[in-house]
Design a protein around this ligand. Sequence first.
Ligand SMILES: [Fe+2]
Length: 743
Amino acid sequence: MTIKYYLGIQSYANHDCGASIVKYNTKSKKIDYVCISEERLIRKKYPYTFPIHSINYCMEHFKLKNLNRINYIISDWIKIKRWLRSGPSYNYSMFDYFKEKFNFPQKKIIQIDHHLAHAASVYYTSKFKESAILIVDGLGSDLETTTFYMGQNNKIKEIKKYKDHGIGTAYGAVTNHILNLGTGGEGKTMGLAPYGKKYKNQIKIKVKLNGIKNDFSEFMKRNPLSDTLNQINPNLRPNPIKVKHRYCKNKNHLSKYFSGVAYDIQDTAEKVMSHLGKEIYRDTKSENICIAGGVALNSVANKKLLDKSKFKNIFVFPACSDAGIPFGAALWGLFNFEKNVKKHQVNFDNAYTGRNYSNESILKILKKFKINYSKTDEKLIAKYISQGKVIGRCAGKSEYGPRALGNRSILADARNPKMRNYLNKNVKHREMFRPFAPVILEEKNSEYFDLKQPSPYMLLVAKSHKAKLIPSAIHVDNTARVQTVNTKQNLNLYNIIKNFYKLTGVPVILNTSFNDAGEPMVESPLDSLICFLQTKIDCLILNEFMIEKKNIKKLSIKNILNYRKNLISGKERKIIRNLMKPLSMKEFKIKKKLYTNEAIFFAIKNSKNKLKNLFSNLKNKKILLVGSNDHTIIICKMFKKYFKNLDLSFYNLPNKNDFLEVKNKPNLKKISNLNKINSYDKIIISSFEFQRDIVDFISEKVNKDKIFQIYDNSSRSLMDSFLIKNIRTKKRIYKFGTQTKII
Ligand SMILES: [Fe+2]
């Protein structure tokens, strides 16, 4: 076969799910691709659904009628490297059922590390022949949160990884559990940070930096992670933050306390990323660095990393969050299954990886809803912007990732100091502290900003030299998240700004994503029309057509919304028929019950059974428990009856508790050092949270076969199986420190 197709998708119910197809012509060596996120197509943010709409979208782009033409599916993995039921303690959802029924041979599904897929997305799309690759996110395949790679000769090699919570999780925890800015609200926290400063009574966000480690264990709990238990009862996932803190109930984010917390976590993120930059430079000595993973969306930290390290060039992948996993996975497939593919063939010059919508399809919609329109051009759009009009632009291919880069953007005049508040209040309906970004002609970049290199994907932040000229696109601390544009990347957008420059002498306009609060970015002309009608956008651009609000006669938005809803559900039925084996709700319900029960059992009982088996087989042996007080006390309570014929000792490391505030110690023989550790038959690691630290600490002193680890990457603590009597109870189990009396 001359033409090969690689389909990339995520393997688990991801908030950022989507699909990508990479097409490769083995004769001409031409590479072509399309990528999309599911939320854009089904109009629901964080969908956690199997991305059938995205798969269909990509197949339609390449005119593929069915899945037979796909050579390989490349996916990531989570917890266990297998396609079905990869998370043994996850609840069974429609996502899993769809995966089971997906009509594609499992032997042609290849699974790679989640972080490797991130790494492939950024390295293969970069212009660097060789580069250090830094991946930092909330959670990878086997609990890793930071990984160093080296990209060389079109291949990616892992250098080292760090498991346990790092800056990604800490940033998310502060965003959710203190600032109340919701899932995916990290960007809001970043926007809030410049309003705050450090003050005396602030909470302590402690991090220990050592090599690749960015250890937040003094600030937050490492476990448990999300699993089936907290899906059933949200109270079964504790607030991960250990230190005493307030919660922003009343949206008073600009108060000293909450803006101070935002400042602090942002400051910590910058320190961590600068540290990791220096560390990966030490390991690679490369001039270039590629960054991806959710933390790479932190444009301020990216700039700090670049300024404080010896790297000369930086590339941040525009869809660096999990939205980029499908493309990374598909690219990895291409470079590992095809011979002699070279990086430069990928030709990634812009982030417009979606599909084009034809003028005919636009006219069809406008006619259907009897909407007046006129033809427009870049000159007129520039003139309207300079007159203070707010423009919604849906033209050409859509952008990949969370940033709008002109094709699905709201454009406005950054010179007008009132524009920022106007947009936040009337168009985007969001917090007033949120900033907007400038888009500037690339050649004028250094005139306006402290940036030595272009920033085409809005992923670098810089101080502005001319903040007073463009106040609505500059943040409170005189910085901006800059997008530079040249004729190669986006000719139409470039020309709009060029015309605006001719009219005003300012080569910058304000650019923000085309969506209303809480909704995904618009994808199609129909989505754009709906968002335009529901907000105070003055003009809508659909390719070469312009619709002005003042010319819109009475129109029922309800009718248009219903029309779109029916369109999506009708399409879904067709896609299901085409891509899936027959589905049955009855079968799904049976499986849901069965697998969810299995998952509950796995989460809560698996470790208990493992330890029970161990104790039953260890008669007359000398055993050492190394761990924390509270965890060991629980073990003594649960397994006392097995202790009769055992010689048990306890070494307290670390000298603290896992979870409960207990002052008493386990009733076991205590030893004060590990000098005789090799005289024991078995060493049981008696801690949930610190299991990995303890293993690291003792593994040089003792034969590894003697070490017994109770937990794997999907288990709950034994303390949970002791404390949680009925998972369906609405009782709050995890109120920090209140369970002391139980022991
Ligand atoms: Fe990720």
